[in-house]
Design a protein around this ligand. Structure first.
Ligand code: GDP
Length: 487
């Protein structure tokens, strides 16, 4: 335990086929080196092109990240309102993307993964504002650099990031309607009205965003944004399918991800490494409860919103899914060595599932925590959530609640297509007497998260289109009818 090297010789397995560099010490972040021993070997290999882009991004983060002269200079220009040194982007200039997190941890992780990919595509340095308490949950992903946004003074544009919303005058949508951009509706060539682009632009990409903010997904507007030194992005969604639909990015993304359905699987395993404390919680729970040579673990994620009276329909839905898909033995089966992991805010489902299956699965029915209700800005609460996403990701079979980004992260890390139980809507439980979902669950077509708020607007054609007809690898989600998913 005292030596600062992994306990075994490093192999391609430990570094996830080249996704991870060996530039971090084992002691500083054990999960980087131990993830592989808790997960089955992935059938998806990252492409050499993706690996080269990751190494390039790491070099950029090191050259331009906080603490460098380049970062100091860029910050000074931002805070003095100067903007780009000239109207053009110079080669040596560093440009930045600040990701502003909000909502639950699953939402924030999908937002960071999306922002990271956008940063790679646009050669920007990613800086993350996790929101209260969450920064310490993860190891740094880039060697020799921090991805955390340094604290800024109140008067800095980076000072009070929570104030940005769809009404902000610095948002792309409002800028486009303000006269600061010319040519917006003429020949498709848009440009800044003034000789210099603004020092920063806020990208409002949160659910319910408007038409002009959604022009983010247009090639012409991406060209406009190139010259802006700082972009601030607020989203709670997995934007990646939208980036595949943005013309200047498509070719690049197809080259990076020949297997489109493994995009988040690679991004998530590259970026997110639980800090040692969280990882200790994962492994110390896993060892006595879920580990075992021939053990098959069925992971069940039940997302509920109301504290009192967890809906009975969700239990019925789950049991009928498990029976219908034969996910657990119908009777006591001596030959199997199954275990069940339940994650939920409520303890009730675990009790009911244990009453039903406890006698039939040799490995037992387990629930690591039941927090009662979702809490905000509580680091210990978020740490439990993260540990449980990782525990779920070690399971052999997954049953998840539709609409839930918590489940999306687990399935993506695992590389396992879940059985998804549909919900009536993102924020509602099943109402008393409402007809149950039929079928109770459906197999997701891929392990990719669903993008809940895509833009249907085709910028070149200047009209809305059916997104699932645009590319063969984009489909409607099984759980969210208006969402899209990479397959
Ligand atoms: P979503 O709201 O389902 O899309 O997932 P998020 O992760 O964004 O937000 C839900 C939050 O509620 C989580 O981050 C946790 O803080 C909490 N939560 C929900 N379900 C669970 C659970 O099964 N276990 C734990 N520990 N926390 C949960």
């Amino acid at each position: 335990d005292s030596v600062d090297i992994p306990p075994v010789n490093l192999t391609a397995d430990h570094l996830l086929d080249g996704l991870l560099t060996a530039e971090f010490s084992y002691r500083s972040c054990r999960s980087r080196y131990e993830f592989a021993s808790y997960h089955k070997r992935s059938s998806h290999k990252p492409s050499p092109y993706l690996l080269s882009k990751l190494r390039k991004q790491e070099a950029l983060q090191k050259r331009c990240g906080p603490g460098t002269a380049a970062h100091k200079a860029a910050l000074r220009r931002l805070e003095s309102g100067e903007g780009a040194a000239t109207g053009r982007v110079e080669d040596g200039d560093c440009r930045y993307l600040v990701s502003i997190g909000f909502r639950g941890l699953g939402n924030r992780m999908l937002a960071v993964a999306s922002a990271f990919l956008y940063a790679v595509l646009t050669e920007r340095v990613l800086l993350v504002h996790w929101g209260k308490g969450a920064a310490g949950l993860f190891c740094e992903p880039f060697p020799g650099a921090t991805w955390l946004l340094p604290r800024a003074g109140k008067r800095s544009p980076l000072g009070n990031l929570d104030r940005y919303d769809g009404e902000s005058k610095e948002s792309l949508g409002n800028i486009l309607q303000s006269g600061a951009v010319v040519g917006a509706s003429a020949d498709g060539n848009v440009s800044w009205a003034s000789p210099r682009p603004p020092p920063y632009v806020y990208l409002h990409l949160a659910g319910g965003y408007g038409f002009h903010d959604k022009l983010f997904y247009c090639g012409e507007h991406q060209r406009l944004l190139r010259g802006v030194p700082w972009l601030l992005m607020r989203t709670d969604s997995y934007l990646v399918p939208g980036l595949f639909l943005t013309p200047p990015f498509r070719g690049e993304l197809e080259a990076m991800f020949p297997e489109k359905d493994a995009t988040f699987h690679h991004l998530g395993r590259y970026l997110f490494h639980p800090s040692n404390a969280v990882w200790r919680a994962v492994t110390s729970y896993h060892r006595p409860n879920l580990a075992g040579a021939s053990r098959r673990v069925v992971g069940i994620q039940i997302r509920v919103f109301q504290k009192k009276q967890p809906p009975r329909q969700v239990l019925d839905q789950l049991l009928s899914c498990v029976r219908g898909e034969r996910l657990l033995p119908d009777q006591v089966a001596a030959a199997t060595n199954d275990a069940v992991l339940v994650t939920s805010l409520s303890p009730w489902y675990h009790e009911r599932i244990r009453a039903e299956y406890g006698g039939r699965v040799a490995g037992g029915v387990h629930q690591p925590s039941h927090e009662g209700e979702q809490r905000w800005g509580d680091a210990a609460h978020d740490a439990k959530a993260l540990a449980e996403m990782y525990l779920l990701s070690t399971c052999d079979v997954l049953v998840t609640s539709g609409f839930s980004t918590f489940g999306y992260v687990a399935q993506g890390l695992a590389g396992r297509r879940p059985w998804v139980m549909p919900r009536p809507s993102p924020w509602e439980e099943w109402a008393e007497g409402q007809a149950p979902a039929e079928p109770p669950c459906r197999r997701a077509p891929s392990v990719e998260p669903c993008f809940h708020s895509p833009s249907y607007y085709d910028c070149a054609a200047r009209r809305d289109v059916e997104l699932d007809k645009v590319a063969p690898y984009i489909r409607r989600c099984v759980d969210v009818s208006w969402g899209i998913q990479l397959v």
